[in-house]
Design a protein around this ligand. Sequence first.
Ligand code: NDP
Ligand code: 8X3
Length: 250
Amino acid sequence: MQTVLITGASSGIGKACARIFAESGARLILCARRAEQLQGVAQELNTPVHLVPLDVRDAAQVQALAHLPEAWAGVDVLINNAGLSRGLNKLPEGQIQDWEEMIDTNIKGLLYVTRALVPGMVARGRGHVVNIGSLAGHQTYPGGNVYCATKAAVRVLSEGLKQDLLGTPVRVTTVDPGLVETDFSQVRFRGDEERARQVYQGLTPLTPEDVAQVVHFCVSRPAHVNISEVLLMPTDQSGSTLVHRVPEGG
Ligand code: NDP
Ligand code: 8X3
């Protein structure tokens, strides 16, 4: 039975990954800050689950993942999904606290988790790291500045990790979606539901399940196949700023 560890499993893409890997017979280690939400996800899954409430920005908490209880040690698949955006300010008007939160979560958090778990994968001679990047890491959009930079960093770190693992059987994939309807925009706009709704208005966005299916496909390839990068978008999108929208009532 494969052991899959997912960060940001309390919501959205991470939660959808938990469901699809549970359905395919894996056992799961689920991480996020909100323990209650994690509990809710675990309750609906028909597979053994170990919950680790943690903040990926806290290096000491994350390092504890290198010392999981014996029954849960031996992570086969790491899905580095925890991430967020804050605000859409032009860079000269950006909030430094927002920058720090995005950089600390999306880059440093991903690094801490990777550092805690990948040495074990190398030692055991098996493993797969899937990083959730973004279309935003390929194409910057106005106001996206620091968020886009963090996702460009995820792309670069995925490439660098694969290079540094060459000669080991550990695989590395980055899955980079465009617009996916989750709590992402609510978090970005700090609970402004109307503004969040407008992000997906008039188009059919990706669902978290669409992304989870791609992650699962990458992980379930034969051991000699490493899918390096997948860029996926809704049919109604062809770039960060190129979106086809049907006006409401139209
Ligand atoms: P959600 O807001 O639904 O989920 C984000 C998840 O990340 C939550 O489970 C949250 O859990 C977790 N998280 C955030 N900060 C931390 C932290 N400091 N420590 C631990 N966990 C944390 O959004 P999505 O599902 O959309 O986002 C998942 C990933 O997908 C992110 O990396 C995002 O950048 C990326 N992405 C999203 C796209 C979209 O359009 N939605 C498109 C491209 C990429 P909790 O709050 O409980 O800690
Ligand atoms: C999230 C997608 O385009 O809102 O990475 O930045 S986008």
